[in-house]
Structures are given as C-alpha cells and as structure tokens.
Design a protein. Structure first.
Length: 77
C-alpha cells in the first residue's frame, strides 16, 4: 500500500479481530481440547466402572441379618 491509497478502517479492524479470535481459539483447543482417543477411553472407563458397581450392588432379600428385605427378618427380637 502506498500513502495515497484509501483504507477502509472497518475492514482492517475486522481482520484484526478475526486474527485475534482465531489465535485465542487455537490456544483454547490446545488447553481444553481432548482427542477422540481420550474421549473414547474416558467413556470406556466410565462404562466399566458403572458395570463394576452394578455387579457389586446388594439386592434386597439376600439373607443378610438385619436387612429389612431379607427373608426371616421380621424386625422382632
């Protein structure tokens, strides 16, 4: 650009804002983004933990003394 060129300042401001926004977006992707592999691993871990907890859940009527749902536990002593 030479000295005599007419410059649209709004266009320059928009370009500057777009560059700043893109730089911030790139920084945020690095700081907060997770890869697909990380997301899949976390989902698999959560599923495994949920199944493990569900498998260890005590059901009513399992014969544990003092359990109100167990057979023979009338609540009378």
């Amino acid at each position: 650009m030479s000295v005599g060129d007419v410059v649209n300042l709004n266009r320059i401001r928009k370009q500057r804002r777009r560059k700043a926004a893109e730089a911030k977006a790139a920084e945020n992707r690095v700081r907060f983004g997770r890869s697909n592999a990380e997301k899949a691993r976390q989902k698999a871990d959560a599923s495994r933990q949920r199944k493990e907890l569900d498998g260890a859940e005590l059901k009513a009527g399992n014969g544990i003394e003092g359990d109100p749902g167990s057979p023979g536990a009338s609540g009378k002593t």
